[in-house]
Design a protein around this ligand. Structure first.
Ligand SMILES: [Mg+2]
Length: 337
């Protein structure tokens, strides 16, 4: 029987997470229970720190994601930021805001999803906080990671002539959200499970980020959270450059194209401005391109897609067909709905 928050109390919520969080091998101070966690990066490593917030009604709705997937996603989005810097995730913190309707089943499901994600990527839950909220469910994750000293991938390193690459398909997450939010049932939904999974259980590209950083092959990188053009725009802004994107070169999944065809949508809209794909976008100097491709194939069996080029003129332009046209980054902005 599910217990109410009143029956559970703050201690009850914490113990649900504490029982599941093991501190094996992390050393003293790296388990839930002290006022702070003690974090010591390995010799020669620098710390990476990232924080992300997921708020009900802003980032998700209860009817489009299960509590278990939400637990996974809350940590996965932070892991993706560590991946974008070329790092390895280590220690996670969860701040949890629970509204009155929450109960022990919800807390258990959130914990299970979060722990599944932590285990899959080798991170440990080492602390957090829990509060009651007057309305929305809220999860804020903070993640500490490590990267070899001086090797972190930054947004500011792209140079004119560098090639723009994507580590995986784009648009699946937005296509999945379209399906989940559709008013009328879409026929053949059972074929679209990968789209739902992309939206509800994103798989951050930690291995790819680490490979690019340790081999010194990428000049800049970012993970796609707000949308392809918007996130590429961030690299351009930080690097003081512009970029061209060949829309016909964007890697789309068969399922996203199939769904778009059935519902009369343009799959490129999902790919360009949908967001939440959590694949890596990175830039590669032409001299490193061959080595990057062969290393990705050999080490990961992965074939990143070349989708554009960094230019010295500021701004973004895109091609679909023959003509290049200026485009304005469209993506999610919290303060411009
Ligand atoms: Mg990011």
């Amino acid at each position: 029987m599910a217990k109410s928050l009143r029956e559970l109390g703050e201690g009850g919520v914490i113990s649900i997470f504490r029982e599941a969080a093991s501190s094996d091998g992390l050393g003293p101070g790296m388990a839930i229970g002290d006022d702070c966690a003690v974090f010591q990066p390995a010799p020669g490593q620098q710390s990476l720190i990232s924080t992300d917030m997921l708020v009900e009604g802003v980032h998700f709705r209860k009817d489009t994601i299960s509590a278990r997937d939400l637990g996974w996603k809350a940590l996965a989005v932070s892991i993706s930021d560590i991946a974008a810097m070329g790092g390895t995730p280590r220690a996670a913190f969860l701040a949890l805001g629970l509204p009155a309707w929450a109960d022990s089943t919800l807390v258990h499901e959130l914990k299970t999803g979060l722990m599944d994600c932590a285990r899959a990527y080798g991170a440990r839950l080492v602390g957090g906080d829990t509060v009651s909220t007057p309305g929305s469910l809220l999860l804020c994750t903070t993640l500490l990671g490590e990267v070899p000293g001086g090797m972190a991938l930054l947004r500011s390193g792209a140079r004119p002539g560098d090639l723009v690459y994507l580590g995986g398909v784009v648009g699946d997450s937005a296509a999945g959200l379209f399906l989940l939010s559709a008013q009328d049932p879409v026929p053949g939904t059972e074929n679209f499970a990968p789209l739902l999974r992309a939206h509800q259980r994103p798989q951050p590209q930690v291995e790819l980020g680490r490979l690019l950083a340790s081999a010194g092959l990428a000049s800049a990188a970012i993970d796609l959270s707000d949308g392809l053009l918007s996130d590429l725009g961030q690299i351009c802004q930080e690097s003081g450059v512009g970029a061209r994107i060949d829309l016909e070169a964007l890697p789309l999944s068969r399922q996203a194209m199939d769904l778009a065809g059935r519902v009369g949508r343009d799959p490129l809209d999902w790919a360009v401005s949908g967001g939440e794909d959590y694949v890596l976008l990175f830039t590669v100097p032409p001299a490193s391109e061959k080595r990057m491709l062969s290393l990705c194939r050999r080490e990961m069996g992965l074939r990143p897609s070349r989708v554009g080029e960094i230019r010295s003129e500021p701004g973004l332009s895109a091609r679909r067909g023959a003509a290049w046209r200026r485009v304005v980054p469209a993506g999610f902005d919290h303060f411009r709905p």
